[in-house]
Ligand binder design. Structure first.
Ligand code: GZL
Length: 325
């Protein structure tokens, strides 16, 4: 897994794909007169975030006049690799995907390069040669982990006493899980020797995963008084187990999460989640804009980052009506 730092160092340069071919051909902004076909492999439908991401991509393709071939990999890498191979066979104009895990992509990305089909990553990074993909449209997950830790500082305030943290990790081997953990740990190591991670296990970004793992944590580590969940869906599942154990989420166990989906905001208005670091799933418009630029041989940034905010429970009620997902 490349670290965020080496990722930035290795690929900081803007990709100059060549000057715009001024051939006089009518250009509908998507690479000439013909309709562009984009092959997209989605991770799955594991969370509210993923559903909002899928909707954004489908809506933006329609608005851009781009013909979208869409496949749901059900969180299985082999399904994504097969989908990418199918798109190569179908000779799509561009391939894009959100890689379920970071490693294991070099071979299929080399096949796409050999077929002269540009690849645009969305959402999650890959641990592969950066020359095999043109651009990433997505968030800075290490920063999200740091932001979650700073939100926990605010939630804890001046309260003294032990800080025993249970962590619900995202999908093992995925960029968000690896990097959110790294960002959170960076703040812990720098500023909070008094914080202790007493349990950490993947809930695979799903509500059921969060519910099952938190139930086990409550048995094995009843001393846990903080939950850091790598996404809202796992936090929402954990809330069910905390309540079933007769304890109060947001009070007996402080909860900090990442994403900012609708149900996460509702849980904040109910005092069950104490803070959320937003991770913006609405990547569709930026992706389609990048597709057009790549096909029009315009230069694109290697990493097109999404803008994101942080929310404490006190902010949730006023923010909720304006949320777009
Ligand atoms: C983050 C995305 C993660 C979300 C989860 O960009 O990859 O996957 O945080 C989703 O909700 O399942």
């Amino acid at each position: 897994m490349i670290s965020r730092r080496s990722f930035l160092t290795g690929v900081a340069a803007t990709v100059a794909v060549g000057s715009l071919a001024a051939c006089g051909k009518k250009n509908n902004g998507t690479g000439g007169g013909k309709t562009v076909t984009l092959g997209f492999s989605q991770v799955g439908s594991e969370s509210g975030w993923r559903s909002a991401n899928t909707t954004s991509i489908k809506d933006a393709a329609g608005a851009a006049g781009i013909n979208l071939k869409f496949s749901d990999a059900q969180q299985k890498q082999e399904n994504q690799i097969q989908a990418i191979r199918d798109y190569i066979t179908q000779k799509v104009d561009v391939i894009s995907f959100s890689p379920v895990v970071s490693s294991g992509w070099d071979t299929v990305l080399k096949e796409a390069k050999a077929a002269k089909i540009p690849v645009i990553l969305t959402d999650r990074q890959v641990d592969a040669d950066a020359s095999l993909w043109v651009s990433l449209v997505g968030s800075d997950f290490e920063a999200e982990g740091e932001r979650a830790a700073h939100l926990l500082e605010k939630v804890l305030g001046q309260s003294s006493g032990p800080v025993n943290i249970a962590v619900l990790e995202g999908t093992t081997g995925s960029a968000p899980a690896t990097q959110r953990a790294a960002g959170f740990k960076k703040v812990m190591d720098a500023s909070h020797p008094e914080w202790k991670i007493v349990a950490s296990q993947t809930g695979n970004f799903t509500r059921d995963g969060g519910k099952q793992v938190m139930a086990a944590f409550l048995q094995s580590h009843p001393e846990a008084n903080v939950l850091f969940a790598h996404n809202d869906d796992m936090a929402l599942g954990a809330i069910q187990s905390i309540q079933a154990a007769g304890r109060k989420p947001g009070t007996d166990i402080k909860i900090v999460s990442i994403d900012g989906v609708h149900d996460g905001f509702v849980a904040m208005t109910q005092g069950q989640i104490n803070a959320i670091a937003e991770c913006n799933p609405l990547l569709g418009p930026q992706l389609m804009d990048t597709v057009k630029k790549v096909l029009a041989k315009q230069s694109v940034e290697k990493w097109i980052k999404t803008q994101e905010s942080d929310f404490l429970a006190a902010d949730a009620a006023s923010a909720l009506p304006n949320r777009k997902y």
